[in-house]
Design a protein around this ligand. Structure first.
Ligand code: ZN
Ligand code: ZN
Length: 221
């Protein structure tokens, strides 16, 4: 069983068409995959519409939970709340915010803005997260991300440790941009343990938290 809530397709900078990425995930034993292409404001409506349609098609014919999502990427911090709200209104089931990774010049304040928004589900690769931010994630039920992606993964240990101290929930996502970067159970397990989390915490990250997120998606509410 593999869950993944952060991936990219040719609707932004990924290699595969949305339907091919879902097909590859199905063959790769994924239980659920969220398509979360990069968007700011201009492309939001088009990407969410196309993603929602293709996910619905896949769900009707294949045994995989294809989830329409979006990754708000380099959106000015002060515009995150309204953009996240709009994304949900347009039909996104999951809103991911591209957090303050140490390998890109993400605007300072992006993590905080995401963690204050009731429309954000996952703060991706939050970089040098602060203890206050971890506490806010716990309080507002926003998942913090352990990333399989090169560069973004450099702060995984720090994020896992702060999340544990604050009681914030973690998810492990691929941030895949092609089929080679899709997760396997072996790789996901290794990356989770690589953060220093123990067996029980890894099980929580890889199985329990994904199921909790799925339970709260629009069709299950
Ligand atoms: Zn990308
Ligand atoms: Zn991404």
């Amino acid at each position: 069983m593999v869950y993944d809530f952060h991936t990219h397709t040719s609707l932004s900078d990924g290699d595969l068409s949305p339907i091919e990425l879902i097909r590859r995930a199905l063959i790769n034993n994924h239980t659920a995959i969220a398509l979360t292409d990069h968007a700011a404001i201009g492309s939001l409506k088009r990407i969410i519409q196309e993603t929602a349609e293709v996910c619905a098609l896949a769900r009707s014919y294949w045994d995989i939970l294809a989830i329409p999502g979006i990754e708000l990427t380099h959106v000015p911090a002060q515009a995150i709340a309204e953009t996240a709200k709009l994304a949900k209104e347009l039909g996104a089931w999951i809103v991911v915010v591209h957090g303050e990774t140490i390998v890109e010049p993400v605007e300072k304040g992006t993590n905080l803005a995401a963690l204050h928004s009731p429309h954000v589900d996952i703060l991706a690769h939050p970089g040098l997260l602060s203890p206050e931010e971890a506490k806010l994630a716990a309080k507002n039920g926003i998942f913090l991300e352990i990333s399989a992606r090169k560069g973004h993964c450099l702060t995984n240990g720090h994020i896992a440790s702060l999340a544990q101290q604050a009681g914030a929930k973690l998810l492990l996502n691929s941030d895949a941009h092609n089929q080679q970067e899709l997760l396997t159970t072996t790789l996901a397990d290794a990356i989770a343990h690589g953060t220093g989390l123990d067996d029980i915490a890894c099980h929580q990250v890889l199985n329990i938290n994904p199921q909790a997120l799925i339970k709260n998606l629009p069709p299950n509410q």
